[in-house]
Design a protein around this ligand. Structure first.
Ligand code: ASP
Ligand code: MG
Length: 403
């Protein structure tokens, strides 16, 4: 007998038929004598629809407290419907909101972090042989107000429960049957991985593979919770295991991902003297903007240019921050390009295999795609290209390594 945590995303519970499908998957495990705790997201597009409703009332953005109060309602609907479906099929279930399940968070509405899960109530329900259905994406802060964890936060809720209750299994169900080497809808030769390490998964999650929320992977790594990504449409099929992998795998490159949410900002005509880069990135950091790739040109005529990338949603704020420095730094211009995409290959052991980068560049060159910027780390190589060529680039690079 095991304690199993299962998480189902919004598309897996989008309508009554799908809710019953999920109920049956859960019951299968319960019938085998397992204790089952289930985390669910809001049905289908519910969260987006709620955001639209808020905009109808206040297009300028309502207070974050009220926004979280509203958005948490989506999960209240899905947990109760799922519990009803399980009851209808003749098995005992109880639904719990985040606070009832013991989710304590910090006070940052809309991006709250889980501090701990006091799992007494969940344990008490399990002791009564209930299947426990918990609302994902939500918790309670120290003011006893509802918070939400950021979009896609239900994955993190599931990992938090698995970590705090030391579950034997944490299964994340979605509408694909695992983690692939590229988006299988766009790259026909994409292959499913049996296993992937936390670090590789983190890169793929941040790079836009969109199977798991990256915070959930960080938490899983921290508490050593092994995850399995599975499909709710093919529930008996083995998925992809995400865990700590120490032995070097044969396939070096695990996957190719693209991230469209990137803008590059160039500060042109900076004085070529010490402290300039510090001033710029200190200013950008003060605006709480994450900088990813940084490139500094070779100086000429006593000036240099610095180009860096930020999430597209922060581009305007980054330009504004840099412009505030114009009086003291006296550069020529700041430009911002949002029509770029980051394409990356991910795999452990990259640094000891110099041929990998050239193979990637060759694929892009053969496809006639120009590279604007390059960055490398131990486990990934990223290039920035024009977003028009994003899909073509992923395909070309993927086929170079996998076909
Ligand atoms: N319902 C929330 C969202 O749409 C949380 C989640 O899906 O994980 O972002
Ligand atoms: Mg999701």
């Amino acid at each position: 007998m095991s304690l199993i945590v299962k998480k189902f995303g919004g598309s897996s519970v989008a309508n009554a038929e799908k809710v019953f499908n999920v109920a049956n998957i859960i019951i299968e495990d319960y019938k085998k004598g397992n204790d089952v705790v289930v985390v669910v997201s809001a049905q289908g597009d519910t969260t987006d629809d709620l955001i639209d409703k808020a905009k109808e009332i206040n297009p300028n953005g309502p207070s974050k407290r009220e926004m979280d109060m509203l958005l948490s309602a989506g999960e209240q609907i899905s947990i109760s419907l799922l519990a009803m479906a399980i009851e209808k099929l003749g098995y005992p279930a109880v639904s719990l909101l985040g606070w009832q399940a013991g989710f304590q968070t910090d006070s940052h509405y809309s991006i709250a972090r889980i501090k701990k899960v006091e799992s007494e109530r969940i344990r008490a329900e399990i002791a009564k042989k209930h299947i426990v259905i918990v609302a994902g994406f939500q918790g309670l802060n120290k003011y006893d107000d509802i918070t939400t964890l950021g979009r896609g936060g239900s994955d993190t809720s599931a990992v938090a429960i698995a970590a705090s209750m030391k579950a034997d299994l944490c299964q994340i169900y979605t509408d694909v049957d695992g983690v692939y080497s590229a988006d299988p809808r766009k790259v026909p030769s994409a292959v499913k991985m049996d296993e992937i390490s936390y670090d590789e998964m983190l890169e793929l999650a941040t790079l836009g593979a969109q199977v798991l929320n990256n915070r959930s992977v960080e938490m899983a790594k921290k508490y050593n919770v092994e995850l399995e990504v599975r499909s709710s449409l093919e529930p008996t099929k083995r998925g992809t295991i995400v865990k700590e992998i120490t032995k070097m795998e044969k396939t070096l490159i695990k996957g190719v991902a693209k991230d469209n949410n990137v803008a590059s900002i160039s500060v042109v005509g900076l004085k070529d003297s010490p402290g300039i880069a510090f001033k710029i990135f200190n200013k950008v950091a003060q605006s709480k903007i994450n900088v990813d790739i940084i490139l500094q040109s070779i100086g000429r005529d006593g000036t240099k240019d610095i180009t860096f990338t930020v999430p597209e949603s922060d581009a305007e704020a980054a330009v504004a921050a840099v412009n505030e420095l114009n009086d003291s730094l006296n550069f020529q211009t700041v430009t911002c390009d949002t029509s770029i995409t980051k394409v990356s290959i991910v795999g452990a052991g990259m640094e000891s295999n110099p041929g990998i980068a050239s193979k990637m560049f060759e694929a892009l060159s053969d496809a006639g795609i120009n590279i604007h910027m390059i960055s490398t780390s131990e486990i990934k190589i990223s290039v920035l290209i024009n977003e028009k060529y994003a899909d073509a680039a992923v395909l070309a690079v993927h086929d170079k390594f996998f076909a």
